[in-house]
Design a protein around this ligand. Structure first.
Ligand code: PLP
Length: 400
């Protein structure tokens, strides 16, 4: 379905690259991706060891910084994002932290969208601040705010689009231009869209981050993260990761590598089901508002259609009756999983105000549109009729 815009004639399509990129085949001639569960690799002789440590020849040395299972996952995701290189991490948050720490020093400043993942907010406000890295929050959608927040010491623009859980859209092209004009790094968390729906590199992003835990695994099995970008930029990140050690386990890398083979198929169904759920909720009595980027009622649906090929697997909605009803709805909904994850084959329902975003103050929550009655659904791969039926019943029952 999708073709990356930087695809040249004869380059493999997204689906083909996701299935066929294979960086290593052992002398056993295995067909599927092998798993290299080893902490280190033997050298053939003293000269090979010297040359590998001197980066004169490629080759795995020690799994903290190189392993064929991890390299294959990174090569695949970098190709799918239209980037040259990348580094994998033990979690999405290890990737987020490294994406800041590898590039920012005392006295530097980050402009970030206000609606960032809860732990990213903690890193900016409570951890980086201790090391003298400053930040300003801006409204994701307001280009004037982004521009006027840039100072002399600003080094990086950071954002998530679509945002969590408000599903607001940032204008990637405009922010890519702003980054270029001011000489800043544009760092994008592309977790909600995946490279199948949106490739920020083509709009000028220098760093593209994923929690691989979400749609990339897609089956709720493993925690991991990755950042991709151009080779000259990724080299600083590789240095940081090699010496600080937030490495991904080869086993999880192998899971993610295999998962990428089905990413396109899964995302097509996630998006189709999410659109059906969003359209249905819009017609449901007791539902005040539905947020989904590809609904024509979404304030930025034209922008979403410009930079994404479908709306993604996440739908948020606000029930009439606020906090009490939202919590009643969670307690009476059948089948759906009530868990703190997203991007799974199983549909998940979450009440952000009392869980994922409970560390924010009431004011901080309302500034990013997290109303007390807001529920987030990560729409899974069940039949959409069944998802809609259980949601319908729960909306009705919670209002009685
Ligand atoms: C889950 C998530 C993260 C953090 O990833 P982990 O793998 O849980 O550490 C970061 N950003 C977004 C948008 C996420 O959904």
């Amino acid at each position: 379905m999708t073709t990356p815009s930087n695809k040249k004639p004869g380059d493999p399509h997204f689906e083909t690259a996701a299935v066929r990129i294979q960086t290593e085949r052992s002398p056993q001639r295995e067909h599927s991706t092998p798993l290299y569960l080893t902490s280190s690799f033997v050298f053939e002789d003293a000269e090979q060891a010297r040359a590998m440590f001197a980066d004169e020849i490629p080759g795995s040395i020690y799994t903290r910084f190189s392993n064929p299972s991890i390299d294959e996952f990174v090569a695949k995701i970098a190709a799918l994002e239209g980037a040259e290189d990348g580094v994998a991490f033990a979690s999405g948050m290890a990737a987020v932290f490294a994406g800041f720490a590898a590039y920012l020093s005392k006295g530097d400043h980050v402009v970030s969208s206000r609606a960032v993942f809860g732990s990213t907010h903690q890193i900016l406000t409570r951890i980086l601040s201790r090391f003298g890295v400053e930040h300003s929050y801006v409204d994701l959608r307001d280009l004037d705010q982004w521009r006027s927040a840039v100072r002399k010491n600003t080094k990086m623009l950071y954002l998530e689009t679509p945002s969590n859980p408000g599903l607001e859209i940032a204008d990637l092209e405009a922010l890519g231009k702003l980054a270029e004009e001011k000489g800043l790094l544009l760092n994008v968390d592309n977790c909600f869209a995946t490279p199948y729906l949106q490739r920020p590199v083509k709009f000028g992003a220098h760093l593209v981050m994923h929690s691989a835990t979400k749609f990339i695994d897609g089956q709720g099995r493993a925690i991991g993260g990755v950042i991709v970008g151009n080779a000259n930029i990724i080299s600083d990140l590789r240095f940081f990761a090699r010496h600080t050690g937030p490495s991904l386990s080869p086993f999880n890398a192998w899971i993610f590598s295999k998962s990428l083979e089905t990413l396109a198929l899964r995302m097509d169904r996630h998006c189709e089901n999410a659109m059906a759920v969003a359209q249905h909720l819009e017609r449901t009595a007791g539902v005040e508002r539905v947020m989904y980027p590809f609904l024509s009622s979404h304030p930025d649906h034209l922008l979403a259609k410009k930079q994404m090929s479908a709306g993604g697997g996440i739908v948020s909605f606000v029930v009439q009756g606020g906090l009490e009803r939202a919590r009643r709805l969670i307690d009476c909904v059948e089948m759906l999983s009530h868990t703190a994850n997203l991007g799974d084959s199983r549909t998940i329902i979450t009440h952000p105000a009392s869980t994922t975003h409970s560390k924010l103050t009431e004011d901080e929550r309302s500034a990013v549109g997290i109303l007390p009655g807001l529920l987030r659904i990560s729409v899974g791969l069940e039949h959409s009729f069944d998802i809609i039926r259980v949601l319908d019943e729960a909306v009705q029952k919670s209002g009685e």
